[in-house]
Design a protein around this ligand. Structure first.
Ligand SMILES: [Fe+2]
Ligand SMILES: [Fe+2]
Length: 141
């Protein structure tokens, strides 16, 4: 896998430079990156067990993401982040795509590579670019 996607697989491992200076948000980001790593493992697991794992992963991602976005937006709102609407829109777009993957999986269409690519690319970009951009509004005082 790493030979196919070296850029992604080396980046979803947590590094201190990913920190936004808020323990709760960092913890949630770590969890999301961990789920990205899990989605890579799903590529290898075949059969009904692999199928179930993939469903579980999509559900866990949906639940954790919803919880995380709510917490992050709550902080950004409390600290008057001027680009909150744009930021929340990015979160919304993520959930729309994830919902599409969830519905497709329910219909038996499991695009595991597509899910892995989407989750990894989205989270790495979002944490490293969009969330770090609003670090001053997330950092604990
Ligand atoms: Fe965010
Ligand atoms: Fe975030």
């Amino acid at each position: 896998m790493s030979s196919r996607l070296p850029d992604i697989t080396t980046q979803y491992e947590w590094r201190d430079c990913y920190s936004v200076g808020n323990a709760i948000i960092d913890q949630q980001h770590k969890k999301m990156l961990l789920l990205c790593a899990e989605s890579e493992k799903c590529l290898e697991s075949a059969g009904p067990e692999g199928c179930e794992k993939f469903h579980d992963l999509l559900h866990e991602m949906a639940v954790c993401a919803r919880e995380h976005f709510a917490k992050e937006e709550e902080l950004l709102l409390a600290h008057h982040y001027p680009m909150l609407a744009e930021h929340a829109e990015e979160h919304e777009q993520f959930q729309i795509v994830l919902t599409d993957f969830l519905f497709a999986a329910l219909e038996g269409k499991q695009d595991r590579l597509g899910v892995f690519r989407f989750l990894s690319e989205w989270w790495i970009h979002h944490i490293l670019v969009s969330d770090l951009d609003c670090k001053p509004y997330l950092v604990e005082s």
